[in-house]
Design a binder for this molecule. Structure first.
Ligand SMILES: Cc1cc2nc3c(=O)[nH]c(=O)nc-3n(C[C@H](O)[C@H](O)[C@H](O)COP(=O)(O)O)c2cc1C
Length: 512
């Protein structure tokens, strides 16, 4: 067991676990050995919560406000609401991945009205965690008010906000229906967390590598009947724990990167007069002047040809070495045909765009660029665990929301997201240059920490699963049966280990 700790926060108005109940929950989760035992536990505990409601008067037809008051008069240490069940599932996976775990029900701190209760205890628990998992019921396609109160609590305390920066965040959303707004809830939550400086991850590659846990459960007591939702919660818990382990300096024993950090900036949108390109070039020079061990490489896709994806069913065309270009599009002038080999050597990625007020003067290849990265995602997540941030230079009146779309799409590459860097321009002047420099330096520092951890941890045998595609799934089954899939993945793991040895400076044992 590591020293990494993951805190699960449940934002349900129907929370069953308070204080001692939260502590016993963490102990109970730690004692669950198998996924089957987990499901049995969830079935029992969510039923207890459903029975609580019946006993509080629902079965005798009492009005719901009376039931609600009767429930609150009791002190519970058993049972789980739906979003608590989602947190439990994710915490179980985090614990299995080697993290210590704890739980807080947000209703404990944020009463129906009046000020926050025991703010010091909540702040201390947040500070102590290396990673947090926030679970919310979906209300109107967004978070519930308890989760909103948590966000306001962090945002309104500058010291706490500073201490939360750099921790790992993952989200879970439970709604009554499919397409009830689980994904919108997760995306809004992710953006707020990124803006407060946390690093965001989604659920793992074992399910779908998307925005977090998405479960379908309406009535109390129904969470365990959505096995796919359960898997996405497991994937999120595991990913938060693994990423927190990867980023932890204490876990990485003082190892550092021995050579230069290579940041790739993909310039995907610019004005016709190339203001964006000039800005990013001068930004890169300033950054390298401040930190000579950073190398920024600008890939000027905006002035290049990026052929649209043709949505073929064999993406990538065949299994092979990551260095080999294997998209079906082969036109010699295409950006990816020309730059594939260099692109895959990134240590961290910034997706750069210039957004002037006048959009008719813009050359943008953003959308075709993102769709063409599909072959890299489906090649067992080439950019997995790299730190990524949108970097947008935007006129105050541009209103493009490009950084939101960039964050959403890049998360699908199984990356770790960093707060978007946004330079605001007005009449040709950057208004927040100092903030951009500060955000850029933080991005560099975090990229290094994460990269070192990525090299030190045993590489996961990451496999892209073609969920939702019959033809691709049949191809994957053939590749598995013939053993080529395992060979390819093993070769990648060996490459990863060799690169790690050559790029890391390990601290000698006994040295300080
Ligand atoms: C005010 C309110 C708004 C809701 N809005 C949505 C919604 O937009 N989409 C959805 O799928 N479910 C919606 N629901 C259903 C809850 O998300 C669902 O019952 C969930 O399981 C509650 O989790 P809990 O048991 O942890 O409280 C809403 C429920 C309430 C009370």
């Amino acid at each position: 067991m590591s020293n990494i700790s993951i805190l699960g926060l449940s934002g349900s108005l129907r929370n069953a676990r308070f204080r001692r109940g939260s502590r016993s929950l963490a102990c109970e989760i730690a004692g669950i050995e198998t996924e089957k035992d987990l499901v049995d536990y969830l079935v029992t505990q969510t039923k207890i919560r459903a029975d609580d409601f019946l006993e509080a008067g629902l079965s005798s037809g009492a009005p719901f406000d009376e039931v609600y008051r009767a429930l609150h008069r009791k002190r519970f240490e058993r049972g789980l609401s739906n979003s608590e069940a989602a947190t439990t599932t994710a915490l179980w996976a985090a614990h299995r991945a080697g993290a210590q775990i704890s739980h807080i029900g947000l209703a404990e701190h944020f009463p129906p009205n009046g000020p926050v209760r025991e703010s010091g205890r909540l702040a201390a628990a947040l500070r102590e965690a290396d990673g947090i998992i926030v679970s919310s019921p979906v209300y109107f396609g967004d978070r519930g008010s308890l989760v909103q109160s948590l966000f306001e609590f962090i945002a309104s305390d500058p010291d706490l906000k500073r201490d939360m920066a750099g921790k790992i965040y993952g989200g879970l959303a439970v709604g009554a229906k499919r397409n009830g707004g689980q994904e919108t809830t997760l995306i809004y939550q992710m953006l707020d967390m990124l803006n407060m400086g946390l690093l965001a991850v989604g659920n793992g590659h074992e399910t779908t590598a998307q925005y977090g846990g998405t479960a379908k459960a309406g009535d109390v007591g129904t969470f365990a009947s959505d096995p796919y939702g359960l898997q996405t919660c497991i994937g999120t818990g595991r990913r938060v724990a693994r990423t927190a382990l990867m980023k932890s300096r204490k876990e990485n024993g003082g190892a550092t990167l021995a050579d230069k950090l290579s940041i790739h900036l993909w310039l995907v949108q610019d004005s016709e007069d190339r203001r964006g390109h000039r800005y990013f070039k001068s930004w890169a020079k300033d950054l390298s002047d401040r930190d000579p061990s950073v190398d920024v490489r600008i890939f000027d896709a905006a002035s290049d040809e990026v052929v649209r994806c043709i949505a073929c069913e064999v993406c990538p065309t065949h299994l092979g070495d990551a260095r080999e270009y294997r998209c079906i599009i082969t036109s010699p002038d295409d950006f990816f045909v020309k730059h594939h080999r260099e692109l895959i050597d990134a240590d961290a990625v910034l997706v750069g765009a210039y957004c002037p007020e006048n959009s008719s003067a813009v050359k943008s290849v953003y959308q075709q660029f993102i769709e063409r990265t599909r072959y890299l995602r489906r090649d067992h997540y080439v950019f997995e665990d790299l730190l990524v941030a949108p970097f947008v230079v935007s006129d105050v009146e541009a209103r493009q929301n490009l950084h939101i779309r960039m964050a959403g799409s890049m998360m699908r590459h199984h990356t770790v997201l960093n707060r978007p860097i946004i330079a605001i321009e007005n009449e040709g002047q950057i208004l927040n240059a100092a903030a951009v420099a500060r955000d850029s330096d933080l991005f560099v520092a975090r990229s290094r920490e994460l990269l070192v951890g990525r090299y030190l941890r045993n590489k996961e045998a990451t496999e892209y699963r073609p969920v939702g595609y019959q033809i691709s799934a049949a191809k994957a089954r053939e590749e598995q049966a013939s053993g080529v899939m395992t060979q390819t993945i093993n070769r990648r793991t060996a490459d990863h280990d060799a690169t790690a040895l050559s790029r890391l400076a390990l601290k000698k044992s006994g040295s300080k």
